[in-house]
Design a protein. Structure first.
Lengths: 300, 300
């Protein structure tokens, strides 16, 4: 199901990403370290749509770039996404025993090992992008710029900043502006960075890079709104409550802040903005347009 | 006391580092994020010798480089060291309520915030090194090489790898080889990387970079042996036990593995190796030679 959102070209990206991801986890070399590398691999093998790396590869292709040069950067983005899920699941955070139907990393390997595996994955993402062996044929300027885009998106002013608003919003009601800042950081920043990095590696101009960033932002926010709507609908169905009631949910969502109807129209507007942004990329962006609609209409 | 190990030149490095470190924590810009930036600042303000950044600046100077270009990289190394202490102190790791006489970050800000502040600091270190604004006048090649040296040293095959051996060695006795691997990763990797990065930013040749790495490795291991000896002596004094007994200590140390006498002669040999390595750098390395002896003779 999860990869039926992709066309044939994107499925090829996905295949290459799945094969490469595990190769980018370094080989164990010392005694007593096996669990570290096992837990790093476990965290990255957890699957999902691989949306961020597929977008990175596709934007590189759309801009006329060589997707082989984009691959290490695509894997780096997915590895950062994976580390964030490991740390998000920890007892002091969401305390989630399950991730995508399997035991979370801290259940499988213990809390300390999950913490360290997350740290190692975040670090590993930068190692991969900076390693001369992984950027052959790519200009040093493009490599350092792409790595900087990701660093900006993953940190205090991006993903981690969003996680912090998420954490603090458990204790208090938040308004739409705060919710938007939360999701721009927690979900959209990395998606947006992936789109921009793909253009950067292809050597695209500033206008395309800015447009890709804006597309990613809209797509990321739309992705989250649809997630919130699906969560709300499934919870309501399970509990036999009317759709739209969410009193059992402590975390702020688009549905809890806007109501179900307004959340849906918000998602439609985000989708339209995202599709509009793609015009800069011409016919080559046909697949990205389809993907945007499919992500909006998806049922998980 | 802690900065009396430095000569006047190194004290100047230290002053500049102390001033700059806080400036490299980004400004808070959104609501509900104050605690993140406060905890990041708190973790970096915790003091200590600032050994890693001082070494980085000094190796840059010794190789004839401009220490202003080295400053962002020096702060990045110290920020990574700071994040590692925040994560090390967490309940699932060492569960330390105190760090350098102050409440640990998770005591001051809560466990989730400390986790996220650590993540943000690790990420921030790379942001600083990759930011074009922080590498003016430095070649892109030198910047990316220095950042790669740090990424290598901080991750699964460096510092985090050492933390993992440390964690696993709590449950079992380890031999000298394993202890050396532990400390090469946990303590020496970052010190060694700092020395090498300083040379790299100064544009030094491969021989000097390799020698600086080897010096840092020996110094880092010596530093840890002396720490273990001081811990053992102070614990023995406090408990009124003969020096050298360490039955109350669960973690492997150089004293527990080698015995006190052999640990001391190990430290002497490491110091001699480190000082010998400095010959490549000629008279300019006089301050580094003194520092090496002072670190060996220090009482904390």
């Amino acid at each position: 199901m999860s990869n039926s959102i992709y066309n044939d070209t994107m499925k090829q990206h996905l295949d290459i990403i799945e094969t490469s991801l595990q190769n980018y986890i370094p080989e164990r070399n010392l005694t007593l370290q096996d669990e570290l590398f096992n837990s790093m691999e476990y965290a990255c093998a957890a699957g999902g749509k691989r949306l961020r790396p597929v977008l990175l590869m596709e934007f590189c292709r759309v801009c006329g770039g060589d997707t082989r040069k984009a691959l290490p950067f695509a894997c780096a983005v997915e590895i950062i996404h994976s580390y964030s899920l490991v740390h998000d699941d920890l007892p002091c955070m969401d305390n989630s025993p399950l991730r995508r139907g399997r035991p979370s990393a801290h259940i499988a390997f213990g809390e300390a090992m999950a913490l360290l595996a997350g740290d190692a994955l975040l670090n590993r993402a930068f190692e991969i992008m900076l390693d001369p062996a992984n950027r052959q044929g790519l200009s040093t300027e493009s490599a350092i710029e792409a790595a900087f885009i990701l660093a900006n998106a993953a940190g205090a002013r991006g993903m981690v900043g969003g996680q912090v608003i998420d954490l603090k919003s458990e204790c208090q009601a938040i308004d739409l502006d705060t919710l938007e800042n939360l999701q721009k950081g927690k979900t959209a920043a990395l998606i947006s960075a992936a789109c921009q990095m793909g253009c950067c590696i292809a050597g695209a101009d500033e206008k395309k890079m800015d447009t890709a960033r804006e597309f990613g932002l809209q797509l990321g926010l739309c992705f989250q709104i649809v997630d919130d709507i699906l969560d709300n609908t499934s919870t309501s169905e399970q509990l036999g409550k009317p759709s739209g009631s969410d009193t059992e949910n402590h975390k702020a969502t688009y549905v809890s802040v806007l109501g179900l109807k307004e959340a849906k129209s918000f998602a439609i507007r985000r989708t339209e903005h995202a599709v509009l942004a793609l015009e800069v990329f011409g016919n080559q962006a046909e697949g990205l347009r389809d993907l945007t609609y499919k992500l909006f209409k998806r049922n998980r």
